[in-house]
Design a protein around this ligand. Structure first.
Ligand code: X90
Length: 283
């Protein structure tokens, strides 16, 4: 059984090539320019276009066909999608999975709704790979990955909720009432897979301390951490230091956001996917 890993591009281009993930790209539309969120995206060009554009930046989820392309040629597929509560990606992926299984008798596709995005999806992909390498069956992998997802979390610091509110991904009323437009917000992916603001933060140091505190509140005890950032390696490094001071030897890595996460986290944004030991399980 050769296992193919797939994800939509909100999981960001994976730095670890051994994971071999096939990505279904999202799209970002800035005025009359369309950017495809794949490995060839020119991030500087995209950010500059978005930042100088007066109107809103739209995004679009992968089509059924985009997902089908990631499955082509595989007999066993394990996938993960951005939360179905904020994007249509999971839905089009499910439709594609059904079509693919019908067209290819014997093929198996499992697609998980991450109820999250970005680096928390990477943890799930890594778990798939680890279980596959340990020789687990398709059914065992699916079951164990579902249980694992209940012990992982996402916290983030976003430069503003502007793009999210403009695109209806967070209620503009809530964003405005909470005074969260134009200010850095610390939040987390809720159990339902929506954006839950936790704190406002002025200043990067404070933001990092709040991220760290939120991780502890959610039960972080030295497990794996995957950090992604939008042109903010300094903050990622600093957070990594803070974590390693408290938990020497923890597996903490960081990498760049891709287009979709950069679009909504904006320049400076940080996203942190992490494991707990299960004592603070989500459900
Ligand atoms: O289908 C589409 O057009 C994609 C829409 C995605 C909207 C949300 C993207 C969020 C990206 C921001 C911080 C994380 C929020 C996580 C909540 C579960 C990154």
């Amino acid at each position: 059984m050769t296992i193919r890993l797939v994800a939509d591009s909100s999981a960001n281009p994976i730095q670890d090539p051994t994971l071999e993930v096939h990505f279904a790209p999202l799209k970002m539309v800035v005025g009359d320019q369309e950017f495809i969120d794949n490995a060839s995206l020119n991030m500087d060009e995209f950010l500059a276009a978005m930042e100088s554009h007066r109107g809103k930046t739209f995004t679009a989820c992968p089509s059924v066909n985009d997902w089908l392309n990631t499955f082509q040629g595989a007999d066993t597929v394990l996938g993960v999608a951005i939360t179905g509560n904020l994007s249509g990606s999971y839905n089009s992926g499910r439709v594609a999975a059904e079509e693919y299984e019908n067209a290819n008798p014997g093929a198996k596709v499992f697609l998980m709704d991450s109820l999250s995005t970005g680096p928390e999806m990477v943890l799930i992909l890594e778990k798939y790979r680890e279980l596959a390498e340990a020789g687990a069956s398709f059914e065992e992998i699916v079951e164990q990955a579902k249980a694992y997802r209940k012990t992982t979390h996402l916290v983030f610091s976003l430069e503003s909720l502007e793009n999210l509110a403009k695109n209806g991904r967070v209620s503009p009323i809530i964003a405005k009432a909470a005074g969260l437009l134009g200010i850095r917000v610390i939040g987390r992916a809720s159990q339902e897979g929506t954006l839950e603001p936790l704190h406002k933060a002025r200043g990067e140091k404070k933001a990092l301390r709040q991220i760290y505190a939120s991780m502890e509140d959610l039960g972080y005890q030295g497990g794996k951490v995957r950090i992604t950032h939008t042109r903010n390696e300094a903050a990622a490094l600093q957070l990594r230091e803070m974590l390693l001071d408290a938990f020497p030897g923890a597996d903490v890595t960081f990498s760049d956001n891709g287009g979709l996460c950069a679009c909504y986290s904006e320049r400076g944004g940080i996203m942190v996917g992490f494991e707990t030991d299960g004592t603070a399980a989500k459900e």
